[in-house]
Design a protein around this ligand. Sequence first.
Ligand code: MTE
Length: 328
Amino acid sequence: MTLIRIPKSWEIPETETTPEAIFLNRRRFIKTLIGAGIGATILPMDGCSNASESKTPPSANSYSAYSGLAINPAFAKVDRPITDQSLSSKYNNFYEFGGSKSIWKAAQALPTENWQVEVSGLVENPRTYDLDDLQKKFPIEERVYRFRCVEAWAMVVPWVGFPMKLLVKDVEPKSNAKFVRLTSFYDPKITTGPGFWSSMYPWPYTEGLRIEEMTNDLAFFATGIYGHSLPKQHGAPIRAVIPWKYGFKGAKSIVKIEFLEKQPATFWNTIDAHEYDFEANVNPNKPHPRWSQATERMMGNGPSFTWEKRPTLLYNGYAEYVGHLYNI
Ligand code: MTE
C-alpha cells in the first residue's frame, strides 16, 4: 500500500509564487548598491529577508463573534466554494510583518486596542471614529466576495463590515474631492517589515481610489471575516476590500482616510508603477510583467492544500457592477 502524505494546512507551498517582497527588495537593493558604486556580487540569497518574523513571540488571535449578522442576499454566494479559514488565515500578505506568506504569527504584534480612524481632507464633516462608533453607526453585514491577488492566487471569503459609500455620505466630500487615500497603521518599532529590506519601502502602506470607485456598491470596509472580528494577519480591526481590483488595493489596519483633489501616490505604485498601476482592476487581458493574469490559482479546500487553476474573470467577475466606471 502506498501512503500519500497529506500536507497540513499550515504547510502551504510557496514554491509556486515568486515572493513579491524578496523580488522587489532585491531589485531596489541592487539599484541602491549600484547607485552607491557597490557591485551585485554581495547580494544575499532569496529567503534571507524574513529575519523579523522570528522576533515576535506567537500569541493566539482572539476574535469576537458577530451575533445576528445580516447576510446581504445580493452577495450571499459566488460560483465557487468559500475558502477554508485555516488556509486563508495562514497565507497572507502583510509586509509590515514580513515578506513571506507566513506572517500570521508575527502579525499578532499589531496593537488593535482603542483603534481610531481619522477622516480628513476635502470633507464637510472631518472626524475621528472609534471602531465602536463605526460599527454602531453603519449597519454591519456579511458579504461573500471573490478575492484575487496580482500574484495570481485567489480565494473566496465571507467578509463582515459595511459599504464604503455609507462613510462617504457621513463625512460629505466637497465638490473638489476626487480621490481618497487610505493609510495603514505604521510604527517602525512594531511593524518591522521584511528585515533590512523594509527600510527601502515607502511606509506607511497607502492605497487610493477614485471617489466613484469608493461609492460603488461593492467597495467595502471589513471589520470581520467568517462571522467574527478580523484576525490581525487579515488587517484588524478594519481594512478595505475592493473585490474587482487586485488584492493590494485593500489596505489593511486603516488609521486614516483622506479625501483629496489629486490622485495620491501609493505604496506599490511608488515601488514599481509598471507592475502596480493605480487602477489595478483584475483583467485577464492585460499582461503583467511577472504573473500571467489569464488564469488564477484558487486556494484549495479541505485538509490537503491544493491550487485549482481557473480562468481569470474580467473585473474578477464583477463587471456588471463596475463596468460603467470604465466605459464598458
Ligand atoms: N495592507 C497592508 N497594510 N500591508 C500589506 O502588505 N498587502 C496587500 C493587501 N493589503 C498589504 C495590505 C496585498 S498585496 C494583498 S494580496 C492583500 O492585502 C492580502 O490580504 P490577506 O492577507 O488578508 O489575504
